[in-house]
Design a protein around this ligand. Structure first.
Ligand SMILES: NC(=[NH2+])NCCC[C@H](N)C(=O)O
Length: 406
């Protein structure tokens, strides 16, 4: 089966999700900010909410693939296991003595247990309880609850670490240290999991930390017609956009990349926190985001890039032209500024289309959903009281790998 995501709205057929697990029980008031969460969450309820989200997608015809299962099956491949352990147990982080000890312990774990550790992390106390070896000098200096491997609670947001763009995947270089190790897990899945290893597909980014070149999937909208819209945000850099554009153009996979200037603020960390697509010509957009300046990249001479700048006032025309339409429909709920800001914070604009005109949204964003329904959009509601504490909605929590063509 070939993987392909040619739009934001074609019927969703296959999607990678991550059901929250033990990594969430690592969040504390002290570490939550570094881990990019705004609160600690109640795991049991978060799982129930997530199960409802997954059920909503599968009831509409999407096959749900779980990251933990994919990772477990990937670790059964000896080469993958070695690669992942070498990447995360780098002696430069702990010194050789501790790295050797971690290595000896991790190598004895089952695939499922190792997958669990790679996502939930491990503390000094847990390591010492599981081995007879004497602690290294480094270990002796740490508090029992110090993380040797950090937890990765943001795996919940499978959208960001990798994203399919037309017939290839970008395995992303993440901007924030708290998310960088996610790329090791996800990169291994695409390289070694039997589901992907047998397939030929290009990679638009291959996960290596590449200095200034960062890209996160929440910034990438596959708007269709050979165009890709990418937020120049707190997370995605101009160099990251150039790199992905270069590769897309070289492969003939896209004909234009539109970079959108974004404010660098947490509430709008990715483009999909302020606008997402509803059908082939409609977007929902946050009132406080408004039209923005854009820079359009097109293939240039000798494999280079041509860049043209467009003022904010042309934003909607730029989108329409890229899509080959006379106009796009932008739905911005008429709300007072306070309601708009509160709903945006809780991901009102972060909807996930399961088919053209059918989107999944958090139930709490009553005003936005009412407004979308009034414009003929079918809104499938899911609870998000706990899930939303990580600042991500249905689109952030999904990595589509296959959508039907429009
Ligand atoms: N596509 C998105 N908007 N993802 C939201 C990611 C939220 C996550 N806590 C982070 O800060 O990275």
């Amino acid at each position: 089966m070939a993987y392909h995501v040619g739009s934001e709205v074609g019927r969703l057929r296959q999607v990678i999700l991550h059901r929250p697990g033990d990594e969430m029980t690592r969040l504390t008031p002290t570490n939550k900010d570094d881990l990019l969460f705004d609160d600690v969450l109640w795991l049991h309820r978060a799982q129930a909410e997530h199960d409802q989200f997954a059920h909503t997608l599968s009831s509409r015809g999407a096959e749900v693939l779980y990251l933990t299962e994919l990772l477990t099956e990937t670790l059964a491949v000896p080469e993958a296991r070695t690669h992942v352990l070498d990447a995360v147990l780098d002696p430069r982080s702990f010194g050789k003595a501790t790295a050797d000890m971690l290595h000896a312990w991790a190598s004895g774990l089952s695939d499922a247990d190792l997958a669990g550790v790679l996502v939930a992390g491990v503390t000094k106390a847990e390591l010492l309880a599981a081995t007879d070896e004497k602690p290294s000098l480094y270990l002796r200096t740490l508090a029992p609850s110090s993380f040797l491997l950090p937890p990765l609670p943001n795996h919940l947001f499978t959208r960001d670490t990798s994203c399919w763009i037309y017939d290839g995947v970008a395995i992303n270089s993440m901007r924030k240290p708290a998310r960088m190790s996610e790329t090791v897990n996800v990169g291994a899945i695409y390289r070694w999991h039997p589901r992907f290893a047998g397939e030929q597909f290009p990679t638009w980014a291959d996960g290596a930390a590449e200095g200034a070149a960062t890209l996160e999937g929440g910034d990438v909208l596959i708007i269709g017609n050979g165009a890709v819209l990418i937020g120049l945000s707190e997370r995605t850099s101009a160099v990251g956009v150039e790199r992905v554009a270069q590769r897309l153009f070289a492969a003939g996979a896209a004909t234009s990349v539109i970079a959108v200037d974004m404010p660098h603020v947490r509430a709008q960390m990715h483009l999909d926190t302020v606008m997402t697509m509803l059908d082939p010509e409609s977007f929902v957009r946050y009132a406080g985001f408004g039209p923005r300046d854009t820079l359009i990249l097109r293939p240039g001479p000798r494999g280079g890039l041509k860049v043209s700048g467009h003022r904010a006032s042309e934003f909607d025309r730029v989108l329409a032209r890229a899509l080959g339409l006379d106009a796009v429909r932008v739905l911005t709920p008429p709300q007072d500024a306070l309601t708009a800001e509160r709903e945006q914070w809780n991901d009102a604009c972060n909807v996930l289309a399961v088919a053209p005109g059918v989107v999944v949204a958090y139930e709490r964003n009553v005003a936005t959903s009412e407004f979308l329904r009034g414009h003929g959009i079918e809104v499938l509601e899911v609870p998000g009281g706990e899930l939303g504490r990580g600042r991500g909605g249905p689109r952030c929590m999904s990595c589509p790998v296959l959508r039907d063509p429009l």
